[in-house]
Structure formats: structure tokens, C-alpha cells
Design a protein around this ligand. Sequence first.
Ligand SMILES: [Zn+2]
Length: 195
Amino acid sequence: MLARKLDLPVISTGALLREEAERGTPLGRQALAYTRSGRFFPDEIAGAMLRQWMDAHGRHGWVLDGFPRTLPQALQLDAEFGGPEVVVALELGAEEIHRRLAERLSCPQCAASFGVTMDGLHAGSACPQCGASLRRREDDTPATVDERLCQHREHTLPVLAHYRARHLLLEVDAAAPREVVFASICRQLNLEVGA
Ligand SMILES: [Zn+2]
């Protein structure tokens, strides 16, 4: 939503890696082993994907989704790509994260996520953004979600501290419906709400 609002390309390293995995590339096969267990990708893999994308699409503004997840990734982003202008952290309790991921539908084409209850969609529905067939992610199981939360505490909280210290961090309560959360982000970024 933010990328569309700002008319910027969105990069999801997770989606890029799942794409590689489907094409069966060596990078993809490596990545798959990580997503299946809920572990984060190693920094070198995530960094390589990002560099590949930046080289192909130019480096003139982007919205990064789910990256950087670790401090080394953040430092690479800052040093190599000029760093972010703002970092938006969506805050949600563990219980609500479990509830949402248990019914999450993902688009294999544009990497958008939807909820069964929140959006009234189901597996096989057409993606509202691009029309591809939505599906459940194999790795959205309670055990992998627990592992992701654990990795988040260990590796991603330092990233938030890093950007908080640089006054770039915008922390947003994500418990509200998507449109409400988005409107709140827009207001805080001084973007026009709606439109
Ligand atoms: Zn889509």
C-alpha cells in the first residue's frame, strides 16, 4: 500500500527467495531449507538477493518489505545503498501474530498477504492486486512462527534500536484493520490520507 502510494517499487527479499526456490536455482534451494524451519536467511543470501534486485531495477527509491532483519543487513543497507529515509515497524502481540498467520493467504506473484477473516478471501481466490491464485504458505505453521518470533527478538530488535537511535524509526500499532494502520502511517509521514 505504501509503495503504491509513493509510486515506488517494493522489494520483498523473502518473496524474491521463494521465487528463486520455485525456479530451483542453487540460491533458491539453499533458501528453502531456511524458510521451512522458520529460521532467517543468512545475511549473505539476503544481501546477494538485494544486490541482484538493485542492479536490475536501479537504486532510485524503494520500499523494502521484511528487510533488513539483522544488524549486519542494516549496516550493509546503510553502507551500500544509502540506507532508508524512514523505517516503519508494525507492532503486534505474539498471540495476534499467531492468529493472523494461521489464516494468512499469500500471493505467489506480487507477494501481497491477505487474511481469510480480514479480507473475506480463501485459498484459490484471485489476488485483489494482480489476479494470481492466492495460497497458504507451507511454512506458516505454529512451530515456524514461534521460531520466527524468537529470531525476531534476537536479531531484529537490534535493527530497530539502530534506526531508533538515528531517529528514523516509526513504530505503529498494527492491531487495527489494515486501512486504519495505513492511514496512521500516512499521517505520521505527512502523506495525504486517502487518494
Ligand atoms: Zn498478487
